[in-house]
Design a protein. Structure first.
Length: 94
C-alpha cells in the first residue's frame, strides 16, 4: 500500500498522510515488531488498510478487536490523523 512506519517523522507527517499510533496487546505483539508505534498511512485509509500494513491477513483480522478509545472499530472504519488504536485478541467462552 506504500505506507511506511516512521517514528521519527516530523509533526506534519507529510502531505496526504495520516499518523496513527498503534499498541498491540498480548499475543498480537508478534507482527511486525513488538511495538509498531506510529504508522503513517495514506489519507483516506481504513482499519482494513492498517491491519494489512501490520501484516494481518483478512482471516486473522476476524479474530481481532481494534479500539479507538472505548469505541470498537468495524473493519472498514476510516482512520484520522492522530488516532490512537489498540489491538486486542477477541476471546470468547462460556
Amino acid at each position: 500500500m506504500g505506507a511506511e512506519t516512521r517514528p521519527d517523522a516530523g509533526p506534519d507527517g507529510g502531505a496526504g498522510l495520516v499518523r496513527v499510533t498503534v499498541e498491540l496487546v498480548g499475543p498480537l505483539r508478534r507482527k511486525p515488531s513488538p511495538n509498531p508505534g506510529e504508522v503513517l498511512l495514506p489519507a483516506g485509509s481504513t482499519l482494513d488498510d492498517l491491519m494489512s500494513r501490520l501484516g494481518y491477513t483478512p482471516e486473522e483480522s476476524r479474530h481481532l478487536i481494534f479500539l479507538r478509545g472505548e469505541e470498537r472499530l468495524p473493519p472498514g472504519a476510516a482512520l484520522a490523523d492522530g488516532d490512537r488504536i489498540e489491538g486486542v485478541l477477541h476471546v470468547g467462552g462460556g
